[in-house]
Design a protein around this ligand. Structure first.
Ligand code: IPE
Ligand code: IPE
Ligand code: MG
Length: 233
């Protein structure tokens, strides 16, 4: 099973307690570790986490900086653990505007974890669904111009292979925390038939039990993919 999570509500969680928003992001990072740890037990093979959107640069410079510091620290602290736990990490998004040292760490982690196959972790950083589709389209156009690809070969299957999630199965379930009922540019192509689950909990308070509740709810859904009868999931 592939689950995608829009981890929302760090700022509100902290503000409600009279703490700075960056404190909420730090607590949010703790939740990330707990949720990754909980996945294998719950039958989740792939987890896609939305960490930073292409629109999040609009925030105050100090908040963006504190998030970049957090990514840097998280990657450093978890690097070995991720590799030792047989986790394969893939980063989704346009990495080019990220600080050089973070980018190098990300590349290094992708390379070192490339042959791991125990659990698949996608981290979406500077990710936007529209941006991803545009980047894919540009690659396709270039291949057509260079005569490496024939226009007749472009279909939904081949298109998917130009996305950051190339070769992966689409998410079965998308979870968004903090009560917001929107997708905010997350995996627009890949979620065409995903089930959606919204939790009112803020991301720092989301727990293994919250994840279990989401999965229980998912099990009651009838996935039809345009057909008339239920397709086993
Ligand atoms: C989610 O929490 C984390 C990121 C978007 C980076 P927010 O920072 O959006 O928290 P709220 O929504 O303002 O509470
Ligand atoms: C979505 O949350 C992005 C991430 C969780 C990384 P936002 O907080 O940025 O979304 P909006 O602005 O409320 O739609
Ligand atoms: Mg938010």
């Amino acid at each position: 099973m592939h689950i995608g999570i829009i981890m929302d509500g760090n700022g509100r969680w902290a503000s409600e307690k009279g703490l700075p928003r960056s404190f909420g992001h730090r607590r949010g990072a703790k939740t990330v570790s707990e949720i990754i740890k909980a996945c294998p037990d719950l039958g989740i093979s792939t987890l896609t986490l939305y960490a930073f959107s292409t629109e999040n640069w609009k925030r105050a410079a100090h908040e963006v900086e504190s998030l970049m510091r957090l990514f840097r620290g998280y990657l450093q602290a978890k690097f070995l653990q991720i590799i030792e736990n047989n986790i394969k990490v893939t980063f989704l998004g346009d990495t080019s505007p990220l600080p050089r040292d973070i980018l190098n760490q990300m590349k290094n982690l992708e390379i070192k974890s490339r042959s791991n196959d125990g659990f698949f972790l996608n981290i979406a950083i500077n990710y936007g669904g529209r941006d991803e589709i545009i980047r894919a389209t540009k690659k396709i156009v270039k291949n057509v111009i260079d005569k490496k690809l024939n226009m007749r070969e472009i279909d939904s299957h081949s298109f998917s292979n130009y996305l950051d999630t190339a070769g992966q199965k689409d998410p079965d379930l998308i979870i968004r925390t903090a009560g917001e009922r929107r997708l905010s540019n997350f995996l627009l192509w890949q979620i065409s038939y995903s089930e959606l689950y919204f939790s009112d909990e803020m991301w720092p308070e989301f727990s293994k039990q919250s994840l279990k509740n989401a999965i229980e709810c998912y099990k009651t859904r009838e996935r039809k993919f345009g057909n008339l009868k239920k397709i086993a999931n």
